[in-house]
Ligand binder design. Structure first.
Ligand code: FAD
Length: 355
């Protein structure tokens, strides 16, 4: 509840890095890390490396919730780190290729290509699906192009690789429909993660500064309509040939309800695994767990991990980008308050559900 409250104000996120620097100096590195692990890091990050995150992955799995691993340091991955990432993970895990990898090496396109073919190959051989994050519009064409080429190679037998489509973009529907068409014509499995998009403010201010047309939809309602239009199109494609696949990556209850209604209308069963849901770790568990446990849908938590010092700035940046959406956490906080009060009055404050 406290972390949720702290995450909710813009001012708080802006001053957090300064506060963190200060606390590091005052408390020293060790105590600082402990404090972080008890608060923000503990809430939103799974652990430091592939071993420390295993208990959390197993716990979620016991409730039917899978994991999308996101090594959230803002640096390039070495071959060794890529190999480590895959060790000991099973099929209920997606690996998220953080697009920062591409971001940092954009100028060296051949190096990127070789590094990514290797990463994708490694994933497919180990039976792990791979999602490529979407970034700002000035990188996205390169990221999408590379992902499409990988899908052409690795999505022949099943949907191993998912691309991400940001529905706050005016061109989102065109992007989705062109790629679906292409997959249909060439006979490979289409895989999409649908998000609203995390870089709205940055995109708008850059467009205004440089003087080109704002690539973002004029308002939130248009983004919502765009999301549902793209989703409906993919669901139709699933009905048509069962080769398309989609992750509804959203904390928006209306979007989740919309998906369930459309699936119901078209008799698309959750067990077909054509549609899955994704939420960020530490957020909207009230959506993820009932969807997975009681309703039996494939649900994944997006699980960031990495060393404390390197992950906190990433989280801070991400939260700033997601300011609008942080307001939505109010509902989650009120549910947590309700549960806290219930436990206080029933004398079960430290109750831990068995799994
Ligand atoms: C599993 C998962 C994976 C993700 N991966 C990515 C990724 O790869 N790339 C990426 O960019 N983001 C990613 N995100 C973040 C995502 O794009 C959203 O920022 C976040 O999920 C909030 O959207 P929502 O649908 O959950 O919630 P909502 O609260 O319904 O939507 C908030 C979002 O609506 C949009 N919005 C708000 N106001 C306006 C407006 N005035 N005009 C236009 N649009 C507006 C913004 O995108 C804002 O973030 C991911 C999210 C999840 C859960």
């Amino acid at each position: 509840v406290i972390v949720g409250k702290g995450s909710n104000t813009q001012k708080c996120w802006k001053t957090r890095e300064l506060l963190m620097d200060l606390s590091k100096k005052v408390f020293g590195q060790q105590l600082f890390e402990k404090l972080m692990k008890m608060t923000f890091y503990g809430q939103f990050v799974a652990g430091e490396d592939q071993n420390t995150i295993k208990p959390l992955i197993e716990k979620n799995q016991a409730f039917g919730v899978g994991s999308v691993l996101d090594y959230s340091v803002e640096e390039d991955l070495t071959q060794e780190e890529i190999n480590c990432t895959f060790e000991g993970l099973n099929e209920r895990v997606f690996i998220s290729a953080n697009a920062e990898v591409i971001y940092l090496k954009l100028v060296k396109i051949t190096v990127i290509f070789r590094a990514h073919v290797c990463l994708f190959q490694h994933a497919v051989v180990n039976g792990v699906r791979l999602m490529v994050d979407a970034e700002q519009t000035y990188f996205q064409p390169a990221i999408s192009r590379l992902t499409l080429e990988m899908q052409r190679i690795f999505n022949r037998e099943k949907p191993n690789i998912f691309n991400t489509y940001q529905c706050y973009l005016r061109e989102a529907y065109d992007n989705v429909s062109v790629d679906v068409e292409l997959s249909r014509r060439e006979g490979w499995y289409f895989g999409a993660k649908l998000v609203r998009g995390a870089y709205m403010c940055q995109e708008r201010s850059r467009a205004a500064e440089i003087g080109y047309e704002d690539p973002i939809n004029p308002d939130y309602e248009t983004t919502n309509r765009m999301y549902h239009k793209c989703l409906e199109y993919i669901l139709e494609e699933i009905n048509h040939n069962r080769m398309a696949n989609v992750m509804v990556a959203s904390h928006n209850e209306d979007t989740v309800k919309f998906t369930l209604e459309k699936m119901n209308e078209t008799s698309l069963s959750p067990t077909e695994n054509k549609v899955c849901f994704g939420q960020l770790l530490g957020m909207c568990d009230q959506i993820s767990f009932p969807l997975a446990g009681q309703a039996g849908f494939p649900v994944y938590k997006y699980v960031p991990y990495g060393p404390v010092n390197e992950v906190i700035p990433y989280l801070s940046r991400r939260a700033q980008e997601n300011r609008g959406f942080m307001k939505g956490s109010q509902r989650e906080r009120s549910l947590l308050w309700k549960e806290l009060k219930r436990r206080l009055f029933s004398g079960h404050l430290l109750y831990k559900p068995a799994y």
